[in-house]
Design a protein around this ligand. Sequence first.
Ligand SMILES: *[C@@H]1O[C@H](CO)[C@@H](O)[C@H](O)[C@H]1NC(C)=O
Ligand SMILES: *[C@@H]1O[C@H](CO)[C@@H](O)[C@H](O)[C@H]1NC(C)=O
Ligand SMILES: *[C@@H]1O[C@H](CO)[C@@H](O)[C@H](O)[C@H]1NC(C)=O
Ligand SMILES: *[C@@H]1O[C@H](CO)[C@@H](O)[C@H](O)[C@H]1NC(C)=O
Ligand SMILES: *[C@@H]1O[C@H](CO)[C@@H](O)[C@H](O)[C@H]1NC(C)=O
Ligand SMILES: *[C@@H]1O[C@H](CO)[C@@H](O)[C@H](O)[C@H]1NC(C)=O
Ligand SMILES: *[C@@H]1O[C@H](CO)[C@@H](O)[C@H](O)[C@H]1NC(C)=O
Ligand SMILES: *[C@@H]1O[C@H](CO)[C@@H](O)[C@H](O)[C@H]1NC(C)=O
Length: 368
Amino acid sequence: MLYYIWAPLLAVISFVFQRSPSNSINAIDCLQSSTDSLEAVVDCLDKYTVAADYYNQESYTLSQPNSTELTAFTDLVSSLLYVDDNCTSLHVPDSLSQHFRISLLSDRGENKSYCLLHEYTSQNGYYEKGWGFMAVPASRTPSTDVALHFSAPHPAYDLNTPQQAASLFTRTGARSLLITGRSRLALRNSTSCVHPSSNKTTYYVTDPVHDDNELFNVASKIIYKWQQAQGGCPSATCAFIQMHGKGVSTCPTDQMFLSSGLARSSSSWYTDDVDRPIKRLKAKLQQVFPSWNVSMPSDSPCSLTATENIFGRFINGIDAAHVCTTGSNASLATGEFIHIEQAAVSRAAESYGNWTKALKDTFGIERS
Ligand SMILES: *[C@@H]1O[C@H](CO)[C@@H](O)[C@H](O)[C@H]1NC(C)=O
Ligand SMILES: *[C@@H]1O[C@H](CO)[C@@H](O)[C@H](O)[C@H]1NC(C)=O
Ligand SMILES: *[C@@H]1O[C@H](CO)[C@@H](O)[C@H](O)[C@H]1NC(C)=O
Ligand SMILES: *[C@@H]1O[C@H](CO)[C@@H](O)[C@H](O)[C@H]1NC(C)=O
Ligand SMILES: *[C@@H]1O[C@H](CO)[C@@H](O)[C@H](O)[C@H]1NC(C)=O
Ligand SMILES: *[C@@H]1O[C@H](CO)[C@@H](O)[C@H](O)[C@H]1NC(C)=O
Ligand SMILES: *[C@@H]1O[C@H](CO)[C@@H](O)[C@H](O)[C@H]1NC(C)=O
Ligand SMILES: *[C@@H]1O[C@H](CO)[C@@H](O)[C@H](O)[C@H]1NC(C)=O
């Protein structure tokens, strides 16, 4: 009740704040204050995620890249993937250097080093740009061809997925970690990219899973192209794993729901005798979480099948120019894309150990 009395006043205050041009810019010091683990850095940065309803049309437009910045960001993401013992020699172009930095992080807990691309300025407590955070190992390990790519597209909404993705990235010795810097609700305007096919609520402009202008989606495609340039993404050793979280009332009997972005009518793709990473991962996850329901579309009527996920569509053979409007199908899908919807218990820190075991068993990663 009190909320309703104060809500209009709060709305006016936040309106004034959003529009005020004099808001000071502050440094984000997640790397100065917590150099002990990548997970701690990600946890610190998570608080700067541009919040729901933060943008208006004008501030959103101002925070999007112009063509120079877009090219520079794209090049930087690509260069980051090629880092091999030379992280600190990566140069951030002038057009980005006011906002982004490349840093070498020595994770003492993991006894490994990572090269990070991160935004270091905030306004009103949030990233000024919100284009995202990326990490790769600081040096390449010649002895392994395992190439896992973790991402978290819905921070501040699918809670704890950035922390979980960071933890699984370090524990499995994965190739890349990508986390967007904005809530999917940061600008609550319908995207002109994907229009939901069912009578679901609309998708918004700042949702990188359904809007192709979000930098998370741009970076995802660069990571995919890099993997292609390494000779592709073999089923035995490689996958693009996108971490999501679902609410308690959505598909409540599935603690985990895995999908590759195909429509329910293609469910036989999940049960045929072709080896696919998603099938192995499902089986291994079920082994380490024996009392849970670990499901795929072939096991459960859950509707979260990711058919409208634009990076999923791209990986599954749809041209980048058509990902907003065209779904993939069973004859195009490779199985490289693994979309995981999870109950809170599956995203919790207590589950990281079992998760790691399942991932290592799925992709033949050496125990250390
Ligand atoms: C870092 O080293 C790799 C491997 O030698 C090379 O391909 C890449 O261009 C180098 N990057 C920079 C920024 O010097
Ligand atoms: C884009 O913005 C950057 C940084 O403010 C600026 O240096 C550059 O000139 C702009 N480029 C274009 C094409 O507007
Ligand atoms: C950390 O790595 C270094 C170099 O590979 C190794 O000598 C050292 O024993 C490792 N420490 C731990 C605690 O694993
Ligand atoms: C957001 O909605 C406003 C008001 O309906 C409209 O003027 C604006 O063009 C929309 N912006 C985007 C990016 O769709
Ligand atoms: C559409 O919404 C109505 C009312 O919420 C619901 O009964 C119906 O099952 C929905 N249809 C689909 C295809 O989701
Ligand atoms: C697993 O699914 C079955 C069938 O839907 C359900 O009865 C059971 O309660 C579920 N188990 C858990 C732990 O949610
Ligand atoms: C995780 O694995 C351990 C060791 O096998 C097991 O005791 C525990 O029950 C598992 N956790 C869950 C939630 O299944
Ligand atoms: C799969 O999708 C592609 C691209 O949209 C289309 O050309 C092809 O006919 C589709 N195949 C099937 C079996 O639907």
